[in-house]
Design a protein around this ligand. Structure first.
Ligand code: SF4
Length: 258
């Protein structure tokens, strides 16, 4: 395979089961890319993007204002958490697992949609019969080639409670794009009941079909997950939305790479 010289920014590669969304429970290989264009205070993969003191301080301030606590707010070492890898290097690792279901995640993986190594990798995986799903925050419209190589889009739009400004988290053209895409799902993370109005407004404003919508509780512990799930299931029943569990929180809490 020819090395294009431009490498993917990879955080980690591991084998597990998909913990969220419509494919929950499916054994999958996770390719986690580094970097994110949003900074959600409750993000459980801060190690993929919290690389500077200024970002860390901003999140710290926000969390303090909310009266919350987070034990993962620190500056992570970018050289450890973001490795420049070629398609061949990633492919070798993926071939080490007996599984042809890939979850491309992050961070925000579409930030690298123009990366030639990533496109080359996705092309080979498609030829080898892999099924590739992507976890995205839905703020970037990827190029056509990239789009053609992804089978399933797990779009997780961020709302006000994420702590990101509206101008960077809500891109109307992206909602229009993703809602028309075959294999797209909209998974909203709900921190509290106060989020529901905003989510319902977004769904209405952009005409997102209810059959594509999932609501998932924000939680970092099993107890928190159970508590929030009880009322969120009722909201899903009322609105004909799917409920998404968080299997990995139930099984392993906030541990990474599981
Ligand atoms: S968009 Fe996703 S990866 Fe980025 S900060 Fe938010 S939760 Fe984390």
């Amino acid at each position: 395979m020819r090395n294009t010289g431009i490498r993917m920014k990879v955080n980690e590669i591991f084998y597990s089961v998909q913990g969220e969304g419509v494919s929950a429970g499916s054994p999958s290989v996770f390719l986690r890319l580094a970097g994110c264009n949003l900074h959600c205070w409750w993000c459980d993969t801060k190690y993929t993007w919290m690389f500077t003191e200024s970002i860390k301080e901003r999140i710290e301030k926000h969390v303090k204002k909310l009266g919350e606590t987070q034990d993962d707010i620190k500056v992570y070492d970018m050289t450890t958490e973001s490795k420049d890898l070629t398609a061949a290097q990633v492919l070798e690792k993926l071939h080490g697992f007996e599984c042809k279901r890939l979850v491309l995640t992050g961070g925000e993986p579409t930030l690298q949609h123009n990366d030639r190594e990533l496109l080359a990798l996705l092309g080979i995986l498609r030829e080898e019969g892999y099924y590739t799903e992507i976890e995205t925050n839905g703020t970037i419209i990827p190029n056509g080639k990239f789009v053609s190589l992804i089978s399933q889009w797990n779009v997780s739009p961020k709302i006000e409670s994420s702590g990101n400004e509206k101008i960077i988290r809500e891109k109307p053209e992206c909602y229009e794009f993703y809602k028309k895409l075959d294999g797209s799902w909209f998974k909203f993370v709900i921190v509290s009941e106060a989020d529901l109005d905003e989510v319902l407004q977004i769904i209405k404003r952009y005409g997102i079909p209810s059959g594509k919508v999932l609501l998932m509780p924000e939680a970092r512990t099993k107890e928190e997950l159970q508590e929030k799930s009880k009322w969120l299931v009722e909201i899903c029943k009322e609105n004909n939305f799917r409920f998404s569990n968080r299997l990995h929180i139930e099984l392993w809490g906030a541990s990474r790479g599981k």
